[in-house]
Design a protein around this ligand. Sequence first.
Ligand code: FE
Length: 204
Amino acid sequence: MPHDIEKHGHSLLPSDPELKVKALETALAKNGLIDPAALDEIIDTYQNKIGPKNGATIIAKAWLDQNFKNDLMTNTMPILEKFGFFGRQGEHIQIVENTPEVHNIVVCTLCSCYPWPLLGIPPTWYKSDAYRSRVVREPRKCLSEFGVTLPNNTKVRVWDSTAEIRYLVLPMLPKKYKDFDKEQLIELISRDAMIGAALIGNVT
Ligand code: FE
């Protein structure tokens, strides 16, 4: 399947644009035009808070409401559209559910296809050459480096995102959280858990 390189060849960009951005940031900061700490905070907000919260809202609702979960699994896009979670990089999303038998983890081996409307900006590691090549070859080892150790009889399934299809992992909810309400559940659901690189309640 093609990866939308023409439209968003993030990882194909040489490091040159990154260097230019860095140089620009340095010049602006030096002249007192921006505050690097404020900039970091804005990026952190989009990377870790606003974006992933959309995905977490969907996951928490799926955990709490079996009918919603069934609809979400079978009729994903209309459901997400109702929440307003669609648009660029979110056109075709498939939910993959973790079970005791199968753990799902998502990658884009060719560039960095990612469900932006649900998860925000992809983390740097997701775009790294090391992750993209290694997770396919040695998913368990990668997972252990993320602090995720799975039982030996749990299979690991790696999903390769493309321009046509993006994946969101529906993590397993550990029993100890079964009485949590929606807001408490949303707090538990990390961005990495929805990529498959973390478990719920596993703070790394
Ligand atoms: Fe891609």
